[in-house]
Write a protein that binds this ligand. Sequence first.
Ligand code: COA
Ligand code: HC5
Length: 645
Amino acid sequence: MADFALVLNKRAGEARSRLRVKVKPASAIKPLSLVKPVSAAKIPGRYLAHQEGLPCLPVPPLQQTLERYLQALQPIVSDEEWTHTRDLVADFGKPGSVGDRLQKGLERRAKKTENWLSEWWLQTAYLEYRMPVVVHSNPGVVLPKQDFHDRQGQLRFAAKLIEGVLDFKTMVDNETLPVEYLGGKPLCMNQYYQILSSCRIPGAKHDSVVNYARTKKPPTHITVVHNFQFFELDVYNSDGSPLTSDQIFMQLEKIWNTSLQTNKEPIGILTSNHRNSWAKAYNTLIKDKTNKESVKRIQKSIFTVCLDAPIPRVSDDLYMSRVGAQMLHGGGSRWNSGNRWFDKTLQFIIAEDGSCGLNYEHAPAEGPPIVALLDHIVEYTKKPEFVRSPMVPLPMPTKLRFNITPEIKNDIEKAKQNLNIMVQDTDVRIFIFPHFGKNFPKAEKLSPDAFIQVALQLAYYRMYGILCATYESASLRMFRLGRTDTIRSTTMDAFNFVQSMEDPGRPNLEKAELLRKAVQAHRAYTDMAIRGQAIDRHLLGLKLQAIEDLVSMPEIFMDTSLAVALHFNLSTSQVPAKTDCVMCFGPVVPDGYGVCYNPMEDHINFSVSAFNSCAETNAARMAHYLEVALLDIQRLLQATPKSKL
Ligand code: COA
Ligand code: HC5
């Protein structure tokens, strides 16, 4: 496990003091986008003490960003474009020029806010983004296949999983969550307070996120979906203790038995549509009082559990990829896509055939907190059952009813069509690279993450003969309310290395040296990014500052070089987990790839996605080239003496 590993909180065993929260009346609940995301000031106790100790996100020096921007463009734009951009950059960065003014504006913003970027990022990366959340924003996670093949096993596992989430929730409520570390530094824990009891809500121009975890009357129920029908299931007893898995199991059985019919309208499919269409349909839907109340119960629930029908049978080779697709989009309107509420932050998916995983709405949090929760649950589900005391009969879970008018039916039909097109268009390949994991690069004294990224550059170069703008997520959680910045993997060092690999005349020793240089350059970029000194969020901030100040848009933001730099044909992310799971997400451009990986000690779990409608991309081919590139680099290092570094 990387430095990202959960570091055991020595105080975790201490008496758990119930968190007392300064409460707000329910009417004062505002969407996250309008209030600061659970501001540290509202959560007293350990959390606050921890958060207050974290530094604020810095605004990098302007000249540093401009120089690094020009460097980053070198391997991806033509000489002509580069020279043009160099002149624009020089103009922008002159003392007293517009760049200077915007920089000062950003610095003022940084003084006034807890984090100058986080609210802007939430808005621009998520809430103002109009594409469907399905495939385009919500990631999927495939958990290890469970050993059950029937409804009984499915419900037993679901019950245990729910109990595991509630166990994790106790740590959130009591503030006994182990603090995470990266590079030896403690990380912001705010995202853990955003993922339970929250939901995205569509809006005409931008969405919002609501979080009910810290309201006067926090929710005590979850929502369960089966055969497209939603149920509200209370998971706490009247004395505030959580239901046991035996109790939950019996409640799930009741739900199952009252939702045997499969001819129901898949109302949840509405959430998969383009955000503007969904916002319109949402207004129509909640005009009806019953519908409005049902939607509210889903939004307010702690999380959602989707009891899926078995996934379509495929060959063993394709099984993982098929499950990946299920976790990403549900397989289309005929399969399980109607068994979702894609705006819900956390949806645990458990199918009758033992496949299981998660779909999550990305606005409130990055992958690592979600994966920490999954690691906890997976361990929890392995615990043996205790013998329980006799149970008091529990009331029937409430079915959430929807009145489907012809207009709503029409909206559902349109959403189905769009979703099915998207499902057809999305190609997901999941593969386990079995030959080595973090162990090999570590033995070679190389950063495993950088090693994988350089291999990806080689794979891409071999497929296309050029390099492309590449995005890797870097965590900014060393800073209070930090989200992410971009590691630009396409460095000149990576370019020199991949070119050498394609030149049979170059000696191995030279190639190996170039490889080490490329890996070290990537690791150096990573260090700079996680310390808040990368370029992408800074440039975004300067641009948004120009919009806020109503300055006419400076030319560097309208330049083709920037468009190339932001067209991420490779959108990648490492999400390490203790559990042997695979995460997946879609490409961010029509002709791109989404690549996610979880490096384990002796193997690497990969997912590669692409759109079938793009003739130039092919997920299976990319997966193949990636595997070959990793092996070729291993061979190269094995054929040359170890570095003395
Ligand atoms: N020699 C030997 N070992 C090395 C090494 C070297 N030169 N460089 C690194 N290592 C070791 C590390 O100590 C670590 O060891 P561990 O497995 O015992 O913990 C391991 O190799 C992994 O390090 P590395 O591969 O360099 O990556 P990282 O763990 O530092 O992660 C990022 C890099 C970019 C993924 C990380 O900084 C980050 O930002 N993660 C968050 C990403 C994110 O949020 N993703 C989801 C977005 S939704
Ligand atoms: C469960 C793991 C999901 C990983 C999701 C992820 O990496 O999201 C990135 C978030 C960010 O801010 O970098 C975005 N990306 C999918 C486009 C890489």
